[in-house]
Design a protein around this ligand. Sequence first.
Ligand code: ZN
Length: 419
Amino acid sequence: MTAIGYMPLLKAGATLYSAVVIHSRMFQSSSFTSSLHAIYGQDIKNHAMSLLGSGVGEAAKRIFGPTASQRQVLEQHTLFGAYSRAMAPQVASTLAGQLIAGNGGKFRSAFRGHRGRQIPRLATTCMRSCEKCIAEDISLQGFASWHVLHLLPSIGHCPYHGEPLRDEAKRERAGGLLPLSLPGERPSTVTSIEAMNLPVSDGYAAYLRLWIEAFEGNLTGIAPDLWMLVMDAVVRRFGTIAHASEKISGTIQKSWGVPLVEVASALGIADGPLFVQAELEQRVQASYVASRLVICGALDELKISPPRCDSSPWHSPLELAPVAPFGSWLTPQTQAELRRLVIDANFPPALFRTMTEDLDIHEVDERLHLNHLVLGKFFQTLPDELLDRMSKEQSWDRSSWLKKEIRRREVAWSLSERQ
Ligand SMILES: [Zn+2]
């Protein structure tokens, strides 16, 4: 490993790409690729991957020194810091390990599994800048840096200043490298991203601020384990899912000044106008952050805020309660174990409840709109011992997903015995 020599400190929230540009200026490097190489220790061909955090392992050592925490660099300087806050700890750690090792292709797999739900675009196709951020950076540190949060495709304004973002530093061709420049150095135009079609409203402003809270790690309530309790508590508060959905949807509509369907479409939220209901039914995978933040804004408005880092989860204005065992014959311990496995595999909480019912795989799929092939693969990863216990604790039909998975294992086992 070669250290790259003195570099000005990148403040939290600045992309590592800024370091590449600064490096090339300080060391008059011969080309962009040689500066990229100096920062990442390898050739970077896909720039979007590095914005998501791919290759951070080497970059962290070279920019911040051998003792820097790679996880912290990922969280403070790449889009991993924005998206991982809504992931289960297990899912986030696995992804962090893959990114540190330079395997950015795994990022999208943290969003997989839902039939008909499009994986949102994760980063804008060009760099974007905010005039106020540029002025502030220059007065504080002498140079402007690119900011991670400006690269979120579901925002049109700077979350720190509310200024319309400007599209700048476009790639010469799709998937290619970005030009070597810092914010404000190239011609720019006001961003044409879809979120710009929304009126500037209280709801949108609160949503922008929530992205900062999520990125800084303060909004702990959006991680799957707590979010599940938050959604349970909201439903308890309003009596039924339908009533809670009506109340929250009404609050969003009022504070954003447009119908829900327009909010969903402008922010690229799957499920369209039904996203509030999908969240309340706990059918949404953890990685979809935008819909969760819109709902958090409404909960804040209704004075039933989800937990934050600076207040203990149990002191949230919402009365959270531990997950209660529910109407199946499975013991609480079996239910808890199944829940852990479902959440750690990045499926929505509704899946474990559905899996405790005597249903076949297509019925499970039908109810949750997951992909049955992805589901089938997940069933194959469940421990033998758990399936065995589940089959004894309640009765299951021959056609149920559980009996079929047990039979599949028996057949596979007897085939391997015969060889
Ligand atoms: Zn700004």
